[in-house]
Design a protein around this ligand. Structure first.
Ligand SMILES: NC(=O)c1ccc[n+]([C@@H]2O[C@H](COP(=O)([O-])OP(=O)(O)OC[C@H]3O[C@@H](n4cnc5c(N)ncnc54)[C@H](O)[C@@H]3O)[C@@H](O)[C@H]2O)c1
Length: 271
């Protein structure tokens, strides 16, 4: 890259002049996303229902971060988070709809109320977020929305019907919004991590359905770290991905590529 290269500034602060809202940023993937966006030069409002941990993450990031109490099911909370972003940093041009909850139970015991609760937070929470940032993003001349879905939004997982259904909804919310918001320069993508090492994936709900051995691992042989996911979000949030919208992005160590039955299964049968 030469000194006159117009993309030279992207090398160090690719998200300079970007203002982001990250829901569910108090811990896990959301906290890693907030840290990465700040490291890349963005200013970030972290929203969560866990106020003390959320504030602590924001404080650890210094003046580039602020915290808002944000229950993603509450319209007023979204309005307040957007107002905080505008008053502190300016019109937000990045939204990461990351907040989510996991729930596990056999399909036949999963009630409509269980489905409703998961949809309310995981799916409609994202819809409310996108609605809330629409005007400021338009005013900012465009933006990027990243909706955190899951591999469970593309394939079913035993014992997680309500979760998977809500995550599949994320995909089509992102795709539909991408088509209609493209006219304002707003891009919308969904991302689909496999298992990530966070409080959610280490919860009893996951332990109840996850295999205790390593046969559940994807081809790359490990579960994801929150930072792996944050790197993808940073790319989709920034201008380097300016021609990418309405797509599903898997970050799954090869999980969607297929299955390894065992380390010795790929024998050479030509011998
Ligand atoms: N951990 C995984 O294996 C995994 C895999 C694929 C996708 N995901 C998705 O990634 C996202 C983050 O998950 P995580 O693993 O970091 O989980 P986590 O439980 O560690 O963090 C989720 C955060 O969302 C917050 N939250 C929950 N309900 C909220 C609400 N109503 N309003 C605002 N915030 C709320 C929680 O307080 C928490 O801080 C979720 O959408 C999850 O479904 C996680």
């Amino acid at each position: 890259m030469t000194a006159t290269d117009p993309r030279a500034h992207l090398q160090h602060n690719p998200l300079r002049h970007k203002i982001a809202i990250v829901s569910g940023g108090a811990r896990g993937i959301g906290a890693a996303i907030a840290r990465r966006l700040v490291a890349d030069g963005a200013e970030v409002v972290i929203g969560d229902v866990l106020d003390n941990p959320g504030r602590a993450v924001a404080e650890s990031l210094g003046p580039q971060a602020a915290y808002a109490h944000l229950d993603v099911t509450e319209h007023q909370d979204w309005r307040a988070a957007v107002e905080l972003a505008r008053a502190t940093f300016g019109n937000p041009n990045i939204l990461v709809c990351n907040a989510g909850v996991m729930f596990s139970s056999p399909f036949e015991k999963t009630t409509p109320e269980d489905f409703r609760r998961l949809f309310e937070i995981n799916a409609l929470g994202a819809v409310q977020g996108i609605h809330a940032v629409l005007d400021p993003m338009r005013a900012a001349g465009g933006g990027s929305v990243v909706v955190v879905s899951s591999v469970g939004g593309a394939v079913g997982i035993e014992g997680m019907s309500a979760y998977c259904a809500s995550k599949a909804a994320n995909t089509m919310i992102a795709r539909s919004a991408a088509i209609e918001l493209s006219q304002y320069g707003i891009r919308v993508n969904s991302i689909h991590p496999s298992r990530v090492d966070t409080p959610m994936s280490n919860s009893d709900a996951v332990a109840a359905v996850a295999s205790p051995d390593t046969s559940d691992l994807p081809p790359l042989g490990r579960i994801a770290e929150p930072e792996d996911v944050a790197a993808l979000v940073a790319f989709l949030a920034g201008d380097e991905s300016s021609f990418i919208t309405g797509d599903q992005h898997f970050i799954d160590g090869g999980r969607q590529a297929g299955y390894k039955y065992s380390a010795t299964a790929a024998r050479d049968f030509r011998r």
